[in-house]
Design a protein around this ligand. Structure first.
Ligand SMILES: [Zn+2]
Length: 279
């Protein structure tokens, strides 16, 4: 599933390719996503000038010059948002559900084989109270995300792993970046969320920021379906310390203590960690 760095990378690619152009026409080829798309979406998108694309957690929001309905998009498990420049083929496959024909001659295409994602028109003023967005917690790259704020949302007797995956506490983190951030901070995924001290909170805060920033700089992680808006792949998977590396030497402590990366299933998800140096 695309996490914050992947969605942010796609957003940046689409902003560069599309913003300032008008949608000449829109084709919605199916409506039956996880949230049903409006039947009259095509008419509501055609002719409008795209002014910007923002991100909230793993959601992208397309904003228009007229300030009317925005287009809210979620990529689900396997969704892609691709841009095909003028003259390039593509965008007519059976999983290409929404095609935007742009005034610059290119096409933007929402493609989602498993249809866990969705596209939906939402009036700008209703975005903050939209059920998908209203429940989201802090943005980990925003100014609100401080070590103190992190410790505040990590209260409670759930595991630190489950708390960091909870989109209502922090928006945009998924399994990959939670495993990597906990490793970088030297904190076991099995610790209780409320048990972190101030120094550990500082370390975890810095690790989350650093991992996300490095992952965005690398264009995200391409494991299965994820590609950039231009179809190219991310490279952060080449820099994983623990994710998917069961049995490999721990990059931090193998030489000193012989640590080896371990995998355990925790609330239905794989946790990758080093039992020797994550405490
Ligand atoms: Zn280790």
């Amino acid at each position: 599933m695309p996490e914050l760095p992947e969605v942010e990378t796609i957003r940046r690619g689409l902003v560069a390719a599309l913003c300032g152009q008008r949608i000449l026409s829109a084709e919605l080829r199916r409506h039956d996503f996880r949230r049903k798309a409006q039947a009259d979406m095509e008419g509501h998108l055609s002719g409008r000038g795209l002014s910007g694309i923002s991100r909230r957690g793993k959601y992208m929001i397309f904003h228009f010059e007229d300030g009317g309905e925005a287009l809210l998009a979620h990529l689900g498990m396997s969704g892609r948002f691709l841009y095909f420049p003028p003259g390039a083929g593509g965008g007519d496959g059976r999983h290409d559900h929404l095609v935007l024909h742009m005034s610059g001659g290119g096409r933007a295409v929402f493609c989602d084989p498993r249809r866990f994602g969705f596209v939906e028109l939402v009036p700008e003023e209703k975005l903050p109270t939209h059920p998908a967005l209203a429940v989201l917690g802090m943005e980990p790259l925003s100014g609100d995300f401080t070590p103190q704020a992190l410790l505040r949302v990590l209260k409670g007797r759930t595991s630190i792993k489950a708390a960091l995956l909870d989109q209502g506490r922090i928006a945009g983190l998924g399994n990959i970046y939670v495993c990597e951030a906990l490793f970088e901070a030297g904190i076991s995924p099995f610790r209780m969320a409320g048990s972190l001290g101030k120094a550990e909170g500082d370390k975890l805060h810095a690790a989350i920021r650093a991992i996300l920033e490095r992952a965005i700089a690398a264009g995200g992680s391409s494991l299965r379906d994820y590609v950039h808006a231009d179809g190219s792949v991310g490279r952060f998977q080449e820099h994983f310390s623990v994710y998917g590396r069961t049995g490999q030497p721990c990059p931090r402590c193998h030489l000193r203590r012989g640590g080896v990366v371990s995998r355990k299933v925790q609330s239905g998800r794989s946790s990758f960690f080093c039992p020797s140096c994550q405490e």
